[in-house]
Every structure is written in C-alpha cells, then in structure tokens.
Write a protein that binds this ligand. Structure first.
Ligand code: DC
Length: 239
C-alpha cells in the first residue's frame, strides 16, 4: 500500500546522466506500481525539435523559452512496446525523432538556458498525480520535486554508457562509431554538469546506484529494494 500523504501524491525521482538506464528503470517501476511517468528529458528534446521546426535561433534564449512555454505535446500510453508511450508534438508522432543522438545534443543545449528551464517547471509539476509519479531526469530530486519520497541517482561510467548506446544503435541497424558516441556522451555530461542552473548532480538525500557492472535485472532489483524500503509499506501489493 502507498503510504498516506495528506498533501500530494508521492514522487520517486530517478536522476542521472544519459545512458545510465533511467528510462528502463522508470518504465519497470511504473509497470510495478501503476504510477505515472514524467520523462523530463523528452520535454527538452521536444523543445529542441520545436525550435528547429520554428527556425528559432539556438542563441535566442527568450525565443526558445517562449517555444518551451507553449509546447503542444502529448504522451499517449502504449503497452507491449520498449517505450511506455507515443510522443506527439503539435499532433505529429515524434517518438523516434526525439531519440536520436542529434536530438539529445539539441536538448542538452536548450536545457542549459535558465529561461527555458523555468518555462518547463510548472508543466513538469503537473505530471504529479495519484497514485504517484516516477520522475526521470537530471534535476528531479534537486529542483523540481525536492520533496520526493525517494531520490535515486543512477549512474555508470561514460565508457560503459557509450558501449550500451553503441549496441542499441547497432541492433537498430545504424552505422555508428563507438569513439564518436563516447565523445558525444562526455561532451553532454560536461555541459549538463557544469551549467549554472540545475546542474547534473545527486541530491544530498539521494541514494546513488552505479549500474556500470550490473545487469539490467540487477539494476531493477537494486532500485526496487530502495523504493520498497522507502516509499511502499508493502511492496508486494505492487507485484
Ligand atoms: O534524459 P535525456 O537524454 O532524454 O535528456 C536529454 C537532455 O536534456 C540531457 O542532455 C540533459 C537535459 N535534461 C535536463 O537538463 N534536465 C532534465 N530534467 C532532463 C534532461
């Protein structure tokens, strides 16, 4: 049973760098608990895509913030897919388009702009609904949901994350270079961790899980143990 909070539905924050496995963990937790999902990275990716569609300059912070404030997006749940939902922008299915490496780089650039981050704050908080929310991002525990019941910082070395991404893209038949992916991951980490606003870092009360040498199953188990201990009075109710 979910612990009673008189105030708001509980939040489980899953933060960490790109490729640490947050998406898979979030999806699995949502299946087990029936909680909603906030994929905050998708909102930055969608902002980057909308900025390109509107031909707004990537140096025009006010213009990009206006695009972010008026994002016409929907997350439509789907079952039996690797992704938990179909994502639309202005009514168009962009689920695959926002997952490319280029879309990730655009997202990381717009995410460094303070006005863009504040434009997206309220939208992110509106995802908090009963019975609870699994929030995936970089600043879920440090900025957006500082009162989250559980804060997990899921990380892995840059080399391991690059290798995982390489295998994923190869399996999709894409021609990619491991060295280029590693460089892109390192650049993105540096940009995300050194920006002035909401830099990527664990919340003081976060539990850090390093997935570098864990199988996906072992990561799920480690995360579930933390969630069960801290947020659920009887984890078996969700299995
Ligand atoms: O999790 P992701 O790879 O979809 O995120 C894409 C980019 O968005 C990432 O480089 C950093 C940024 N981001 C952020 O700054 N804050 C968040 N809460 C989520 C993502």
């Amino acid at each position: 049973m979910v612990e009673e909070t008189m105030l708001e539905p509980i939040v489980i924050a899953i933060d960490g760098p790109s490729g640490a496995g947050k998406g898979a963990v979030t999806h699995e937790l949502a299946l087990r608990t029936g909680f909603h999902i906030l994929d905050s990275g998708a909102l930055y990716r969608l902002t980057g895509l909308a900025v390109r569609q509107d031909a707004v300059s990537f140096s025009d912070e006010t213009g990009i913030a206006a695009v972010a404030a008026n994002l016409d997006v929907a997350f439509l749940p789907v079952t039996g897919q690797p992704e938990p939902f179909k994502v639309t922008l202005r009514g168009e299915d962009v689920t695959d388009r926002i997952r490319t490496d280029a879309a990730g780089v655009d997202a990381s650039v717009v995410a460094a702009l303070p006005l863009v981050r504040s434009s997206l704050e309220q939208l992110q908080r509106r995802f908090r609904r009963a019975p609870g929310l699994i929030a995936d991002g970089r600043d879920m525990g440090t900025v957006i949901f500082t009162d989250a019941t559980v804060k997990i910082f899921l990380t892995a070395s840059a080399e391991i994350r690059a290798e995982r991404r390489y295998k994923q893209l190869k399996n999709k038949g894409m021609d990619v270079s491991l060295a280029a992916l590693l460089e892109s991951i390192r650049d993105r980490d540096a940009r995300d961790a050194t920006r002035a606003v909401a830099p990527l870092k664990p919340a003081e009360d976060a539990i850090i899980i390093d997935s570098s040498h864990l199988s996906l199953q072992a990561v799920h188990e480690a995360v579930w143990a933390v969630v069960a201990e801290n947020a659920l009075s009887d984890a078996n109710d969700f299995i």
